[in-house]
Design a binder for this molecule. Structure first.
Ligand SMILES: [Zn+2]
Length: 240
């Protein structure tokens, strides 16, 4: 009995492990297209990288814009619709400084196990909030937590959005500036898409000190190494 039960459990466990392995691959996997078209990096032929910031705008976004302006560094901001409605001036300032704005969902809820209707509502509400407040209609989308789900592909197609993941992520919501810097410096290469955060989900007045300090040091360091910073559109769509 024990043996039979054990082996059945083993089979079931194996199937479950295989299923969850598939999901881990599909939800975040680099080659998976089951959840819609996504890109992870730009071409490796040019010494260029894209800095991207998720979860904004926040009260600290203007500080980040000052740091980027000092080095004339363009970036791409994946904004949450709810944060855009809370801080429309900060959202507009991002566009006004020449940065690109992408869609990061309305309320930063995880898409894992959600219906297509739920995901479409999140993306549509964020598109409207961003377009109404900044005049920009995003063409790029970054899934909250990087988690994608069945049905997202058709939702993206209906809204004209392409998914953008990342090739290196700073874990700036939990690590200090030194560790964030180390991670990104180690992960950078031609065409890299670097992921940081100018907000913390929907938190009011989040502490993004580690992010600001990391950017303050990372940008001049990468410029010294000969990298150019580009928006996601320029990094991915440049034809020359
Ligand atoms: Zn996020």
């Amino acid at each position: 009995m024990l043996g039979a039960g054990g082996s059945l459990a083993g089979v079931a466990g194996g199937a479950a492990a295989a299923a969850s392995g598939f999901l881990a691959w599909a939800v975040r996997g680099r080659s998976a297209q089951v959840f819609g078209r996504s890109v992870w990096r730009g071409p490796s032929g040019r010494r260029a990288v894209a800095l991207t910031f998720d979860d904004g705008p926040s009260e600290a976004t203007p500080q980040l814009l000052e740091i980027l302006a000092r080095h004339q560094t363009p970036a791409t901001f994946f904004q949450c619709g709810a944060n855009v409605e809370r801080l429309p001036e900060a959202a507009r300032a991002v566009a006004g400084r020449g940065h690109e704005i992408g869609n990061h969902g309305y309320s930063h809820k995880r898409f894992y196990l959600r219906s297509a209707r739920f995901m479409e509502e999140e993306l549509r509400r964020a598109q409207s909030a961003i377009e109404e407040r900044t005049g920009v209609r995003p063409v790029w989308f970054r899934a909250p937590y990087g988690a994608r789900w069945f049905g997202l592909g058709s939702v993206q197609r209906r809204l004209g959005l392409t998914g953008v993941m990342w090739s290196a992520i700073g874990y700036d919501w939990s690590l200090g500036a030194d560790a964030v810097m180390e991670r990104l410096a180690a992960g950078v290469s031609n065409g890299a898409i670097l992921c940081l955060h100018d907000g913390r989900e929907l938190l009011v007045k989040p502490d993004i000190g580690a992010t600001l300090e990391a950017v303050r040091r990372l940008v001049p360091m990468l410029l010294d190494r000969g990298y150019e910073f580009e928006t996601v559109t320029r990094l991915l769509c440049q034809t020359t």
